[in-house]
Design a protein around this ligand. Structure first.
Ligand SMILES: Cc1ncc(COP(=O)(O)O)c(C=O)c1O
Length: 378
């Protein structure tokens, strides 16, 4: 693996096929055992050059916009399960043409687009808020009692509107099967009296089934129990992170080393704000290969992004060796969410995209240039 790094340009996002297939194998196993369907959430994973691999294990995706629905249709070769907080009248016909299922966030959205959805033969659903979540940060909690995402039980006090075929919730974020069990129980307690009118339920994303200690057997039991109780309901789960979890890295290079105010700063050819925004937004400290996140080790460096945003850096990491211009830095686990969130802020060079295939060969899939920067502007 180490010498293959020399063949990879810098900067570059690199997907490792063997790791992706291992995640997909786990997902497929749960699908088969629990007789549920997993679909991939494009908001978290949309590296479409890898979709031929995904299609060996799953059929389709969930889309949160016209563009994601179209990408599903074109590259997953199937219609999407679409949900957005609101749809635009100018886009709805096209969205419906790429969708098999469409979920509405409110009764007013359903009333507005009911006729078109039914005429298009797309299975309509409503997003509901189970109002149970173990996500502590409000910014990431879609199921808080004040969340705008999903209807509350009071909105359905007069019953489920005729024509609605499914209920959808999304209340998890990198959670385990035990939290899932509790959310499903809350969903059932609040909305279970509608289940006999439905054809499907969607348990949303946030199921981190590919994390090392995830209890697959428990999730399978939870899902099987639900299915045994409601055998007529088709069950969908739509994680994004779980697909791309720990399936690749971002290769980057030290461009300069500068000392300021007592700190040694590595100036990189990548930017946190432009290429790894969750590091600043969540925020979280990315794992760096052969470096110590706790700043232990002999040499200490702040990792500085290549943009001119003052805060575009990570606090010190420890290294066992002195770092120099031209050295490689590998940011681990930079596939899910990272790749879909990049920007061309500052015109900083966008990382290329490549894959190490299952034969251990590196394939460069896409390089970005001036046109990619220019075409986002006018
Ligand atoms: C409606 C919906 N479904 C699925 C997902 C995917 O969640 P995750 O990537 O955490 O599995 C999200 C993430 O925000 C979402 O909002």
């Amino acid at each position: 693996m180490e010498n293959i790094l020399d063949q990879i340009p810098s900067p570059c996002f690199v997907l490792e096929e063997v790791k992706l297939r291992e995640n997909l194998r786990i997902i497929r196993h749960i699908m088969d055992q629990a007789e549920v369907e997993f679909i991939v959430a494009f908001k978290g994973y949309a590296m479409w050059s890898s979709f031929p691999i995904l299609r060996e294990y799953i059929n389709t995706s969930t889309a949160s916009s016209l563009h994601e629905a179209r990408l599903c249709f074109e590259e997953m070769k199937n219609k999407a399960h679409t949900y957005a907080p609101a749809y635009s009248p100018s886009e709805i016909e096209e969205i419906l043409s790429y969708s098999s299922h469409i979920t509405f966030n409110s009764l007013s959205q359903w009333e507005r687009f009911k006729k078109q959805s039914l005429a298009a033969g797309v299975s309509p659903g409503l997003r509901v808020n189970p109002e149970y979540s173990e996500i502590e940060t409000d910014l990431y909690n879609p199921a808080s009692p004040t969340s705008r995402l999903g209807m509350q039980a009071k909105h359905l006090a007069d019953g489920l509107p005729e024509g609605i075929k499914g209920l959808h919730f999304h209340a998890l974020c990198e959670n385990n099967s035990f939290t899932t069990e509790k959310v499903i129980a809350a969903f059932e307690a609040k909305y279970g009296h509608f289940f006999n009118q439905l054809e499907w339920v969607n348990f949303g994303g946030g199921h981190l089934v590919t994390k090392k200690d995830y209890d697959h057997a428990h999730l399978i039991r939870v899902l099987k129990n639900f299915r045994a109780k409601y055998p007529k309901l088709k069950v969908y789960l739509e994680p994004g992170s779980a697909f791309g979890w720990e399936t690749g890295f971002l290769k980057s290079t030290v461009m300069d080393v500068v000392e300021n105010g007592g700190f040694e700063n590595l100036i990189m050819d990548v930017s946190f704000t432009a290429h790894m925004p969750d590091c600043l937004e969540m925020p979280y400290r990315p794992a760096i290969r052969n470096a110590h996140e706790d700043n232990s080790g002999k040499f200490h460096y702040r990792i500085g992004g290549g943009s001119c945003l003052a805060g575009d850096f990570m606090e010190e990491y420890g290294f066992d060796q002195k770092m120099a211009i031209g050295d490689t830095i590998i940011f681990e686990d930079m596939i899910h969410y990272t790749m879909v969130k990049t920007t061309t802020f500052n015109g900083v060079q966008h990382p290329s995209i490549g894959m190490i295939d299952r034969n251990g060969q590196f394939q460069l899939i896409r390089k970005f240039g001036y046109d990619d920067y220019k075409n986002r502007l006018s």
